[in-house]
Design a protein around this ligand. Structure first.
Ligand SMILES: Cc1cc2nc3c(=O)[nH]c(=O)nc-3n(C[C@H](O)[C@H](O)[C@H](O)COP(=O)(O)O)c2cc1C
Length: 413
């Protein structure tokens, strides 16, 4: 199958599955523990319906949107994912190019193979940097200053990864970070010769195993090398004081990624964050976490107009994007969808994924008679509850059905 023939993101997923070794595909595709959160992320979207409207001329509809004073061609951006460089040779450059061509932001993960300077020099566009706090804060602050010098506009501080998700399938597949060769993962690589030659082989031919190019010198090394002990990439002592310190040293937009509770959103705003990203890390970390789309309205109601709310997790269709916008997100970040595309065909595959989103968002907007992104609101969605449909724009009706406090205190958002 060629990427042009992929009709939707699920087709691209099948292509990625065929190309990647099983340990790598599952690392990208799966969740954590019993994968309840992973499935809920999709299930929650399915329980929300769009409310089609008729007889409105939507021929002039537009997908562009302004976020942080900048115009973006679509209301989506690329979420940071540490695995892009393993999907394709120099996958981060490929995906960043596709994002730039589509006129949307690209987020680079702390753990990427390509350095932030190389992304900025060779691609440019709207660049955001993701940060995992190291136990040694000094090292993290070095990375922050580097990102600022390289021209990155926003810093996404990931706060939902203070402990690693309990991903049992990785251990069963013989996959761990740092990567170690073993009988299981080697035989898996050998049975995917395309990936072995075109991705791994090209790295080895061009200087050896890739390294973590954004790590400070003290921690840098091949992805197979150890960086253990106190220098771990995650820090379970991460706290609000860290956010304050980051606010002091980061001159650009500061976004807190991984928020699921309105109080945490409020506190982020109080400490000077420019935005929160409502996310459960794509169901990869806490299996008992709620589906972010279900808590999005509460977060939006809590912060009001004081900050910008972004969203990710479980998005696979343009209609999912429109649902998140309707519930108050200003932009939706895309994680696995463009990883599948990049694994299928590098930049061309990532472009295909973004083209699919463009078409599907445009179609969904036409169906609800929204001419522009800012027209999309809670009046466009309804929830399935107790076998009945409850419009989001009627908070009392929704509260009655759910027998809980009104979720949509701010009607019209
Ligand atoms: C393979 C993979 C690696 C990821 N790596 C990171 C990371 O390094 N930093 C981070 O903040 N989020 C990371 N994420 C989470 C994404 O940024 C995003 O929250 C998630 O993928 C959204 O869910 P979706 O994949 O269902 O769209 C990763 C996700 C995947 C699938």
């Amino acid at each position: 199958m060629r990427v042009e023939d992929a009709q939707n993101i699920f087709d691209l997923r099948e292509m990625a599955k065929a190309k990647l070794p099983k340990w790598l595909f599952e690392f990208v595709d799966r969740g954590t523990e019993d994968e309840v959160a992973l499935h809920n992320n999709r299930g929650a979207f399915e329980r929300i319906q769009l409310r089609p409207r008729m007889l409105v001329d939507v021929s002039g509809r537009k997908l562009d949107t302004t976020v942080y004073g900048k115009e973006h061609k679509m209301p989506i951006g690329i979420a940071p994912t540490g695995a892009v460089g393993m999907m394709w040779y120099q996958g981060e450059l490929e995906l960043a190019r596709a994002a730039k061509a589509a006129g949307i932001p690209f987020s680079l993960a702390t753990g990427s193979i390509t350095s932030m300077e190389e992304i900025a020099d060779k691609v440019g566009g709207t660049l955001w940097m993701q940060l995992y706090m190291w136990a040694d804060r000094r090292l993290s602050h070095q990375l922050v200053r580097r990102a600022s010098a390289a021209g990155f506009e926003s810093l996404l501080v990931t706060v939902d990864g203070v402990v690693a998700g309990n991903r049992e399938y990785n251990r069963r597949n013989g996959f761990a970070v740092p990567f170690r060769y073993n009988r299981k993962n080697i035989s898996d690589v050998l049975s995917h010769p395309g990936w072995m030659l075109k991705v791994l082989g090209r790295y080895i031919a061009n200087g050896g195993m890739p390294n973590r190019a954004n790590f400070p010198d003290e921690l840098k090394g091949k992805i197979t090398s150890d960086y253990g002990g106190t220098k771990e990439t995650r820090s379970d002592s991460l706290c609000w004081d860290d956010l304050k310190a980051l606010r002091d040293i980061w001159p650009g937009k500061l976004l807190v990624k991984g928020i699921l509770h309105p109080d945490d959103a409020m506190k982020s705003v109080e400490l000077g964050a420019d935005g929160v990203i409502v996310s459960n890390h794509g169901g990869r970390n806490c299996d008992a976490a709620p589906a972010p789309i279900e808590v999005l309205p509460d977060v939006v109601a809590a912060v009001g107009d004081r900050t910008t709310v972004l969203f990710d997790s479980g998005v696979r269709r343009g209609s999912d994007v429109v649902k998140a916008l309707a519930l108050g997100a200003k932009m939706v970040l895309i994680g696995r969808s463009t990883l599948y595309g990049t694994a299928a065909a590098g930049e061309a595959g990532a472009k295909r994924a973004l083209d699919i989103y463009r078409g599907e968002i445009s179609r969904a907007m036409a169906q609800i008679a929204a001419l522009k992104v800012s027209d999309i609101g809670p009046q466009h969605v309804a929830f399935q509850e107790e076998g009945r449909l409850v419009p989001a724009a009627q908070p009392e009706a929704r509260a009655r059905a759910a027998n809980v406090q009104p979720l949509f205190a701010q009607e019209g958002r």
